[in-house]
Design a binder for this molecule. Sequence first.
Ligand code: GLC
Length: 803
Amino acid sequence: MKYGYFNNERKEYVITNPKTPVKWTNYIGGLDFGGLIDQTGGALLCKGDPALNRIVKYIPQLPASELKGETLYIRIKKNNEYVVFSPFYVPTLTPYDYYECRVGNGYSIITSEILGIRTEVTIFVPMDSQREIRDIKVTNISGEAIEMDIIPFVEYTHFEAMKQFNNADWVPQTMQSQCINEADGKRVIKQFAFMRKDTNVNYFTSNYPIASFETDRKIFLGDNGYGTFMKPLSLFQEELSNYEALREDNIVAALHKMGQLEPNETKRIITQLGQYTDFDYEMTEIEKYRDEKCVDEAFIKLENHWNNYLSKFQVKTPDEDFNTLVNIHNPKQCMTTKNWSRFLSLYQLGLGVRGIGFRDTSQDLIGIMGLCADESTEMIGKLLSIQRRNGCAMHQFYPLTMEATKGESGEMENRDDFYGDDHLWIVQTVCEYLKESANYDLLNKVVPFYEKDSKDKPLEEATILEHLKRAIEFTHDNKGRHGIPLLGFADWNDCVNLPKTAESIFNANLYGKALLEMMELMTHLGDEEIVNKYKDYYDEMKIAVNENCWDGEWYLRYFDHEGKPLGSKVNEAGMIYTNAQSWTIMSGFADEQRATQSLESLNKYLNTKNGIKLSYPGYNGFDPNLGGVSTYPPGAKENGGIFLHSNPWVIIAETLVGNGDRAFQYYQQINPILKNDNIDEFEVEPYVFPQNILGDEHPQFGLGRNSWLSGTASWVYQAATKYIMGVRADYDGLIIDPCIPKAWDEVSIIKEFKNATYNITIKNPNHISKGISRMEIDGKEVDTNKAPIFADGLVHNIVAYMG
Ligand code: GLC
């Protein structure tokens, strides 16, 4: 079954059936104001923090048919009786003649035709003004005059979203609504709670007179609260009650009387949902966005912004599905994960468990580096401000308060422990930034470490370069009995929580990769002494890994607290792990023979038609010495599931050994676009990568879950652009080193790099996968596959020949 199609011209995915297997979402705005919109118009919005300042009540656990956060009701008069329906299908479930939800970049447009009325609603947050706009156009296509009213609806949550669920005493007594009447009937309906000094006020308003309104859910539903969202009884009365709630479940339903619409007549209404602290300022902004022209301009500005972002890297290959993903949807997902980390989705509910993750965001930032590098610097500073003085890092922070926690769930807080990997990720992030931007000043920026005195003043601060050096030293100083870095509470694989003193081969490789990056950077900066020191660290680790961690046909993954291996042929479950193979190649520790052999073993034991599993066989039953991983059934998530984030690492490893056909095969196995025509098995959106797909040990093999916010986005984008296309920024130029399927004749790439456009054509006359034999720049032959930094604002044509 199919639920929609890709429209590349408009850079959209178009959902044509609202009854998708699970809600399919899109993001509008950003963490400073915004949230997600589902395909039936539901919305989850927040400002600054989804736990402490949430605006709209969206409870994903409710059935798909239930109202979630927002909707729009339309009522028409037929034979003197009201007929009420929602043009978004949910919650009235009225049969439709036509339905479409266009999932665009920073906006969704829902169009439907129901009972002779065509409704088109564009939902977005303007680039530079914090408000959700719903631009509603209704057209009478019934052929006869229709009298109609439209009633936008919002259900609020308490600002402190969790309290909604766990404090049914305080919350309902504090939420209040109030209506301000403006002269021409354009009311502003406020919703607030006397919570803090700087009381935030939510509001709803429109560019059209609001005839009457309701702010109390019970009255809105009617029948003493036993009415339903499917058929709210108050909408069958001529007017709403104009009740200003002083407690209880606050909503806003705003009745706009449109009068009679002649056949083919269209009316347009623009609503705004926002939050302010300064009423006078907000009133000027509200007035501005009541103007249709201003809204049109804001929409065009949003489109231009995204078009510009996407234009920085474009490819043309013989494979259309690859092109669509690389040119539109993958970089869009990179921006979204960068904006939201793992803070707010239908799966990470933004209720205080997950914030901005050190590990996650460090990787997400790399995903946007080639497109808008400068958007990463502020976040790099914030992340490093939760690094500890000894070099390891706090695991996550909440941006509104900058409070950091050691772990996600609280169980880490009392432990004298650390994640063995977090701090190492940011080394790659900063180096990628410097390669793309050449803004070396960043290294000298002074950032505090996390520890503070009793007055909340940082105990120490240092340059970003020093922060990176401390990260390296932390791992150097925290090794176990095999000379392999300690695991800590966990490494990238969050769920393998072995008792203390366990060692992680993943951390060894991440450390190796970080050392390679630091050596390159310090060579470029001319600090030979430190390069030599890191070279010794690197060689030492390379020996430790190769002497202790080769299992005969693949690399081990961990040593437990007793020094016993995991990810070995001696293990019945967890015999082989993917990351141990890919990362030993990415760190440069594996020699050619071991690299090839471990990739063959990976292919034999871990590959499936839906992607590569994280490990095999899955653990069956809880084991306190393994921790979280054994809470999942075999084949799910980190327990032998297809954890997509680790697939691009294998793709990169395959390109490093020159296997372009297999790299591309692995890419296409997980390309969500290819799931579009048969999506009932996959269930989630075909326009983004989910975090995981159930593996073949699970009866629901192929089912995807946890879409949108996943490090998969950043890494698949890197795999495609830097390794398959092979266009990589370096300190002194742009490397062109593709590794493509042999069958491809030619590919072309446009990359903006340091104030010049690199227009690259790669020709493959001999049908090989890797190796550039000659290259021409602007018609002149050069003897390198690295194009120089032009920085002249011009377009340069590069033709590279494989051979
Ligand atoms: C989730 C976490 C990430 C972790 C991964 C594997 O995606 O956000 O931090 O690395 O799971 O466990």
